[in-house]
Design a protein around this ligand. Structure first.
Ligand code: SF4
Ligand code: SF4
Length: 485
């Protein structure tokens, strides 16, 4: 019998089934307890502290009560606070990135993914270094600065040496004014030794989705291959942090299990990282099961509605205010639009989810033969950037913290010290200007330059505003790039 202990290194104790079940029972028992709900909502609100602001977050139990509450007025307040937190901590900036699929060879049997070993009709492909180069040039030519590399688990085809070589290649390419400045890595759970190698290669965030926190379901959904080992998979982030990677990303694939169970498990995982390593997850991703080759989402009977998806995202925002929330092009423009207001801080744009999906294709062409899932938002990066600005968001290509060695809990320190508007904001404007000058369509440029002018005025410190303006002028007038605070 396992007991709940967030500090334990045994996943059966920090993601404790009995604790999740008790949490859900507690949430059901209190979902109409308005006194408690008001207290929880009050705790979640951002509090001004000097020039900055501070958010206390919520425990998995508190957040589960909000998620269980069906009162429409409470839902409105949850949305309102999520938006307040989003604005207080992240401002109106949205960070952009793109996935880069390196290889779809995989020895695992994940039943929801078309790359599973037994899928014999999907084409298998692994990029050569020349192909990585072509893909990266295509991504740089779109304007991307931040990538998330993806590869199936296959010790023969995709050993760690291959991943390291690809990272090296990606960072080495400087095409025109382009550069990939941050490579996040989404590969299978591995050893501390391999995580150290990834750290030495200069990765940004190490991302690994749990898929489901329900152990019994996990074992059924991952019937074969190394990923079947629930304990090894669930402790991967601990090993990555032990290896010195401060920024790790969590995620569940909503639709596989009951969403309330997943929600509590996800927050318990975040609490565990905080309790053991002193830093919570850098990001949380919220993907939903999507159609793909050999995969029918109807087979998974836990799919969630758009409304519930929005509520889950908002409740995550309240619970872990300093953790970035990522939403991918799995979701439609309409869903992404709604979630941006509720706390999402990063989106992918112009994504291709196949191996070799960028180079040699026009924005309207889309190879499907090695695709991992159907992309719902098929707009180009330029369209996504314009759409963000038309909706009042600043598209940001900033990678400054990681490159200045500010990792781990620096975001919380930046927020508390009130330096967001003197740091993230000018960085966003400078990187947006780079994008506008080098890659944007005339229409996007026009909206963008106007936005940069307006947003510059919001930088509180005179000296920072002046420097940012000088850098922006230099970007416009020359090939000088990569200014940052
Ligand atoms: S989810 Fe990952 S590990 Fe599972 S089959 Fe797909 S690529 Fe392989
Ligand atoms: S300055 Fe740091 S925290 Fe702010 S947007 Fe850039 S990378 Fe993120």
């Amino acid at each position: 019998m396992y007991t709940y202990n967030p500090k334990s290194m045994d996943p059966n104790e920090f993601i404790n089934d009995a604790e999740i079940k008790e949490t859900l029972a507690y949430a059901d028992a209190h979902k109409n307890d308005m006194a408690l709900i008001n207290e929880i909502l009050e705790k979640a609100r951002p509090v001004r502290e000097g020039n900055g602001c501070h958010c206390r977050g919520l425990s998995h139990r508190e957040a589960s009560v909000l998620l269980a509450c069906e009162d429409p007025q409470v839902l409105e307040r949850i949305y309102q606070i999520a938006e307040e937190i989003k604005l207080a901590i992240y401002g109106n900036r949205i960070v952009l990135f793109a996935p880069l699929y390196l290889s779809n060879y995989c020895v695992n049997g994940c039943v929801y993914c078309p790359y599973h070993l037994k899928n014999k009709h999907i084409a298998r492909k692994k990029l050569t270094q020349d192909e990585v180069r072509e893909e990266v040039i295509a991504l740089q030519d779109m304007g991307h600065k931040r990538l998330a590399i993806e590869a199936g688990e296959d010790p023969k085809n995709n050993p760690i040496e291959y991943i390291l070589e690809c990272i090296n290649t990606i960072y080495s390419i400087k095409h025109k004014n382009g550069a990939i400045r941050r490579v996040n890595v989404n590969i299978a759970a591995t050893t501390v030794e391999n995580y150290k190698k990834l750290k030495d290669a200069g990765i940004g965030t190490y991302i690994l989705f749990q898929e489901t926190y329900h152990k019994e379901s996990y074992l059924k959904l991952h019937p074969t291959g190394p990923k079947h080992d629930y304990d090894y998979h669930t402790t991967a982030h601990d090993r990555a942090m032990e290896a010195g990677i401060d920024d790790v990303g969590l995620g569940v694939l909503f639709g596989l299990e009951l969403y309330r169970y997943e929600f509590a498990g996800l927050l318990m995982h975040a609490e565990h990282l905080e309790a053991v390593h002193g830093v919570g997850p850098h990001t949380i991703s919220v993907p939903r099961v999507k159609p793909a080759d050999d995969i029918d989402p109807e087979e998974f009977n836990n799919s969630i509605s758009d409304e519930m998806f929005a509520k889950i995202t908002a409740c995550i925002r309240l619970a872990v205010p300093y953790t970035g929330i990522i939403i991918s092009t799995r979701e439609t423009e309409a869903t992404r639009s709604k979630l941006l207001r509720l706390g999402v801080s990063q989106v992918s744009g112009g994504s291709r989810t196949s191996v070799g999906g960028y180079a040699g294709y026009t924005p309207d062409e889309r190879p499907h033969d090695t695709e991992q899932f159907d992309v719902s938002d098929q707009r180009s990066l330029d369209e996504v950037v314009r759409w963000l600005m038309e909706n009042g968001h600043i598209p940001s290509f900033c990678t400054a913290c990681y490159r200045e060695g500010r990792t781990g809990d620096r975001f919380m320190s930046l927020c508390k010290s009130g330096q967001i508007l003197n740091c993230c904001h000018p960085n966003a404007l400078m990187t947006l200007t780079e994008y506008l000058v080098d890659y944007a369509s005339p229409e996007t440029k026009e909206i963008g330059f106007r936005m940069v002018e307006e947003e510059l005025k919001k930088i509180p410190r005179d000296r920072v505003r002046e420097i940012a303006r000088e850098h922006i002028e230099a970007i416009k007038a020359s090939n000088a790039r990569d200014f940052r605070f």
